[in-house]
Design a protein around this ligand. Structure first.
Ligand code: URA
Length: 414
């Protein structure tokens, strides 16, 4: 098939700081998805976008083309409103696990297409796959049926949803072109808009463990995504939340499932409960149920009931024992004082190296591996007190760093 444009012209235009024409934008996304543009050419264009950015109207057209590259789910036939949440990714970010059943327990359907972890950030699907029998793959028919019967589905996006992003994200991952506000915003929002929810709450993380290290860049990303969602008729709001310290006390797949179940049982770490409730309030309000107190369903067990039904519907056994690491190594405080910082990025890297994460999309993960924090910033600690547990399947993975090479923890003498 003869192509209407030469991709090199588009690359040069963007490299030199010009806006790409609407017809060229539509064509680039379509041609790349069907294999008519080579990876090296798309990589060059992505790098030009990293450097030159995109104008708002240009980004809107690019995102619309990404959505149009695949199917758009129609959830309008459901008997209740829908709301979804997306986090830009962090360390110990297990919030989807208690949040989806909590919001569903209040009569709002939660269609949540989630991802796997890459690098130092964990992925919701990896966490749930640590539950014996649970499967991430759900057909479109089963997706709709589960939304009707249970009210919440957390699963992998099907191949038909925004295929342009699937291909482009994998390319960006290996070409140093992930860190770009227009590329991140269009990648996330094309999938979320195609998923068909009528309301979306964005949890934009900021801090060392997040993609966005400063409040200014996180705000710009949030505003860009809210603008794209709103333009496509999705009620979209964003919260900027801290990711300089891991959420809760655990980072690692089965460890985080256990902590999430504690939240569903009415307990759990304060920061995880607080963020779960804050996001639930926003989702309920966006779905027209701003007058309900989401905490009720944690207290009376309704959220736990939905969780159990949600896990069972995807083949999982909610009461099965979760994988446990074979090896544990404890790091202790080198001095007495106040723990001033637990660096989210360093903890994420540690969990990843212990086996909880993957270096490539198809690497296996070790479900029992990860990090357990025994103290958080602000805690008084005494020399020799256990501060961190490293969990791994093999001794070599969990062997301790030297006393002075532990960048995750810093303390101030009191
Ligand atoms: N998550 C996505 O889905 N896309 C990005 O570009 C970054 C994070």
């Amino acid at each position: 098939m003869s192509e209407p444009f030469a991709v090199v012209d588009v690359i040069i235009a963007k490299r030199d700081g010009h806006r790409i024409l609407d017809e060229q934008l539509d064509w680039v996304i379509d041609a790349y998805t069907r294999g008519a543009i080579a990876d090296e050419q798309m990589a060059a264009l992505a790098m030009a976008i990293v450097w030159r950015g995109m104008e708002p109207t240009e980004l809107a057209r690019w995102t619309a083309a990404m959505i149009a590259s695949g199917e758009r789910l129609d959830l309008s036939g459901l008997d209740r409103p829908t709301a979804d949440k997306h986090s830009t990714g962090g360390v110990g970010d297990k919030i989807t696990l208690p949040l989806a059943p909590l919001v569903a327990a209040h009569g709002v359907a939660v269609p949540q297409l989630s991802g796997r972890g890459l690098g130092h950030t964990g992925g919701t699907l990896d966490k749930l796959e640590s539950i014996p029998g649970w499967r991430a793959g759900v057909s479109n028919e089963d997706f709709l049926a589960q939304l009707r019967s249970v009210g919440a589905v957390v699963c992998a996006a099907g191949a038909g949803l925004a295929p342009a992003d699937r291909k482009l994200y994998a390319l960006r991952d290996v070409t140093g072109t992930v860190e770009s506000i227009p590329l991140i915003a269009s990648s996330i929002m094309s999938k979320k808009i195609a998923e068909g929810s009528s309301a979306l709450v964005l949890d934009v993380k900021v801090g060392t463990g997040a993609f966005m290290k400063t409040v200014e860049s996180a705000r710009e990303l949030a505003e860009t995504m809210v603008g794209l969602g709103t333009a496509h008729g999705v009620r979209t709001v964003a919260l900027l939340t801290d990711m300089s310290t891991p959420l809760g006390f655990t980072a690692g797949n089965a460890l985080e499932v256990r902590e999430s179940v504690e939240v569903l049982a009415g307990g759990g770490p304060f920061d995880v409960v607080e963020l779960t409730l804050a996001l639930a309030r926003e989702m309920l309000a966006a779905a027209g149920k701003g007058d309900v107190d989401p905490a009720d369903a944690l207290r009376d067990g309704r959220a736990m009931d939905v969780w159990r039904a949600m896990i069972r519907a995807q083949g999982g056994e909610p009461d099965a024992a979760l994988p446990i690491a074979r090896e544990k190594h404890v790091l202790t405080a080198v001095a007495s004082g106040v723990l001033s910082r637990v660096d989210a990025y360093a903890v994420g890297i540690a969990a990843w190296r212990l086996g909880a994460g993957r270096a490539r999309q198809d690497d296996p993960v070790s479900f029992g591996a990860g990090v357990v924090l025994l103290a958080k910033p602000g805690d008084l600690v005494t020399a020799g007190q256990p501060l961190v547990e490293l969990h791994a399947m093999s001794r070599s993975a969990s062997s301790a760093p030297s006393r002075h090479s532990n960048p995750a923890l810093s303390s101030a003498a009191s």
